[in-house]
Design a protein around this ligand. Structure first.
Ligand code: ADP
Length: 159
């Protein structure tokens, strides 16, 4: 079974990588799909985000990093994927994720959403928190991979 792990990944965090690693053990192949959303302002371009994910997932053999525009279920269908992989951190994720899973089910009955519970130490971790800390000059070395931390420090230095 092929699984799609869709998200913004702006930037990819250790919490995301944990989900990718665990998903790759469960599924034949995981496609990490960076959503290109022109109406949402992002810190990194889609290409930059894909490059960051590729660099920190080199140790995982059965994954592919890609990007997409539009409906996730349509993207999944094109790639013959039967699963949408998502992570759950806190209760507030649940409401949003459940709504999205139900909506996707109405669009395509064949595609299941599978949730992986976050690993305890990453339950507070989000891309927004990483951006906020880096913006104020704090250390993010324990929250993202080395290549992402370097990209972030450089980005905020140039701002
Ligand atoms: P989106 O903008 O679609 O929420 P994100 O890149 O923030 O995309 O997240 C993609 C998926 O990864 C979501 O299902 C989100 O709940 C999950 N996720 C994000 N951070 C973590 C984490 N620290 N632990 C587990 N899952 C996470």
């Amino acid at each position: 079974m092929i699984a799609i792990y869709p998200g913004s990944f702006d930037p990819v965090t250790l919490g995301h990588i944990d989900i990718i690693e665990r998903g790759a053990k469960l599924f034949e192949r995981v496609i990490v799909a960076v959503l290109s959303n022109p109406s949402k302002q992002s810190l990194f371009t889609v290409d930059e985000r894909m490059e960051q994910i590729k660099k920190c997932t080199q140790h995982i053999k059965n994954i592919k990093v890609d990007s997409f525009v539009g409906l996730t279920v349509e993207y999944a269908k094109i790639h013959q994927a039967g699963v949408l992989l998502r992570g759950l951190r806190v209760l507030s994720d649940f409401e949003k994720e459940l709504q999205m899973a139900h909506t996707n089910k109405t669009l395509n009955q064949e595609i299941e959403t599978v949730f992986l519970a976050t690993t305890k130490e990453y339950s507070f971790l989000s891309s927004s928190i990483v951006k906020e800390i880096a913006h104020f000059g704090g250390s993010i070395d324990h929250l993202v991979s080395t290549n992402v931390a370097q990209d972030m420090y450089q980005k905020y230095q140039n701002q």
